[in-house]
Ligand binder design. Structure first.
Ligand code: PLP
Ligand code: TYF
Length: 397
């Protein structure tokens, strides 16, 4: 046959959801994909998003194409959210709407491949979001790892990270998770970010920030933008990917933004013109509905305040579930130190469970999560946390 030589590929993370769906155990829990769930375990559409969507529909807008860089009011407001309302770089950036965070990273990869004079290598943390490597490889870049996570401390390998920054050739591109690192939930502290920024300056490295969880780490969008804004204060010309999948719950709407900080407004215009040349043959222009929703929220002070409260509500529920899981494990008499469950931040907890332990927990208790021991904390509820703690305790002790 024509495609007889096409091998079957391995299942992606969504394979976990499929296995979960096929399981008839009524106590089953899905802690696989990083998508927020409420305390009843249900997907959550933010009330601010419902209200914004209502306004979009009431406005009876047409369905004409957006321009290549999207619904203009969305990327401009998104940039303010990331860089800060009165950031001096706002008139030196080229900014475009993208197909959510994934699309922003892909456009960034393409940009580097085409225009960065360096060695076409991007350095990503070990571990990182599973898709990073594939996105940048498909952009034509070589992907190299840098040290990030220390298995022994279940924390940051700061010394290793700094050493790898210093060992890389000057002008190397480094991808940083702006906050709420996926999968580990381990972030540098503000003091550590300052040091990382200093070393990057010293080495003339080019920082590329992936901000997929602004607001999700602490519940405060400004606090979560600390790293990005620190690098900007220090004079870095960063690349930035933003996703509104998590913090607005707009997953399937694919609302994202990509920006590049230029030297001045004139340079930003030149960059903007070339971004359009990259995007046009890829997908012409991005979808409008999610962008209009996000734009309503970001550009209406009342709705914006409501949304910030809802983001905090999600972040707080995750923090509460972390506490609860740790308490339950300790109450069961676990002899392990589970303090990392509460010290890590964002959507995920990196439990330190080994692949064979994960397998046992899934097989015997119908609790589904990735083999690296990552659990999506937002899948925990006050009803299922006992079963989860019991499963971990029975397997791990
Ligand atoms: N970057 C990280 C670290 C992520 O975890 C994700 C996934 O949610 C993304 C980027 C991009 O997600 P999306 O394309 O849905 O915006
Ligand atoms: O890591 C996660 O679970 C989330 C969701 O291709 C996700 O970031 C996972 C895989 C993917 C897209 C989103």
């Amino acid at each position: 046959s024509i495609w007889g030589n096409v091998p079957k590929g391995p299942p992606a993370i969504l394979g976990i959801t499929e296995a979960f769906k096929a399981d008839s155990n009524e106590k089953k829990i899905n802690l696989g994909v990083g998508a927020y769930r409420d305390d009843a375990g249900k997907p959550y559409v933010l009330p601010s998003v419902r209200e914004a969507e209502k306004r979009v529909i009431e406005n009876k807008m047409n369905k004409e194409y957006a321009g290549i860089t999207g619904v203009p009011e969305f990327p401009s407001a998104a940039a303010k959210l990331a860089y800060g309302n009165d950031s001096p770089v706002l008139d030196k950036i080229a900014v475009t709407q993208t197909i959510s965070g994934t699309g922003a990273l892909r456009i960034g990869g393409e940009w580097l491949k085409r225009w960065y004079s360096g060695d076409k290598v991007i350095r990503i943390p070990t571990p990182s979001w599973a898709n990073h490597k594939a996105i940048f490889q498909d952009s034509g870049l070589t992907v190299e790892p840098y040290r990030y996570y220390n298995k022994d401390t279940i924390g940051l390998d700061f010394d290793g990270m700094v050493a790898d920054l210093k060992a890389a050739p000057p002008g190397s591109v480094f991808l940083f998770h702006a906050c709420a690192h996926n999968p580990t939930g381990v972030d540098p502290s503000p003091a550590q970010w300052k040091e990382l920024s200093r070393v990057c300056l010293e080495m003339s490295h080019l920082p590329f920030f992936d901000m997929a969880y602004q607001g999700f780490a602490s519940g405060d969008s400004d606090a979560d933008a600390f790293a990005v804004r620190q690098f900007i204060r220090d004079g870095h010309k960063i690349l930035l990917s933003q996703s509104f999948a998590k913090n607005m719950g707009l997953y399937g709407e694919r609302a994202g933004v990509f920006s590049i900080v230029g030297e001045d407004a004139e340079e930003a215009k030149r960059i903007d013109s070339q971004l359009k040349i990259i995007i046009r043959p890829m997908y012409s222009n991005p979808p409008i509905h999610g962008a209009r929703i996000a734009s309503q929220i970001l550009n209406d002070p009342k709705l914006y305040t409501q949304w910030q409260g809802e983001v905090k509500g999600m972040a707080d529920r995750i923090i509460t579930m972390r506490k609860l899981l740790r308490e339950k494990l300790e109450a069961l008499g676990s002899k392990h130190d589970w303090s990392h469950i509460t010290s890590q931040i964002g959507m995920f907890a990196y439990t330190g469970l080994k692949p064979e332990e994960v397998e046992k927990i899934t097989k015997n208790y119908s609790v589904y999560f990735t083999k690296d021991g990552r659990i999506s904390v937002s899948g925990i509820t006050s009803k299922n946390v006992d079963h989860l703690a019991e499963a971990i305790f029975q397997v791990k002790g």
